[in-house]
Design a binder for this molecule. Sequence first.
Ligand code: AKG
Ligand code: FE2
Length: 161
Amino acid sequence: MEFLKKSLKISEYKVKYEKVLILLLHYPPIPFEIPENCIRCAEHTDYGTFTILFQDNMGGLEVKNRNNEWVQAHPVPGALLVNVGEILQKFTSGRLRATPHRVLIPEEERRKRCPRKSMAFFLSPDYEVIVKPFEEPKDETKSYQTSRDYLCSRLVSTYTH
Ligand SMILES: O=C(O)CCC(=O)C(=O)O
Ligand SMILES: [Fe+2]
């Protein structure tokens, strides 16, 4: 967290602890014909502070840049991918933007017929941390959402469909 404090020049870093959720993802091989435009993981932004992602060499991951263009995030051996999450976007008043990303199915037959594996470390503030811009002083007359409320509401809105 020190690097965030330095790069954003935050004098008081209030996120005392970080919750970590580790997701091991296995995308099965596709042994049959599928319609065009099928995807492995739909466009989304992660909810927390940031996500550290390891991916194998199957490819398919794309991130959206600030010009709203999809850019392939090719796997680089030994490299990690870091995605900014929604809570960090809120902490920084949008100076850091939550990265939209998705996982497509490679055109290439060999990679389509192989599984894809990835490992995601989702970091989120401790549950009682208030989700508000760092530079904004706390207003005692306002009611704020905690990290727990924010994460729960995002999970509910995602999984009620
Ligand atoms: O499998 C991947 O590379 C991405 C997974 C992902 O974005 C997620 O689980 O939130
Ligand atoms: Fe994600």
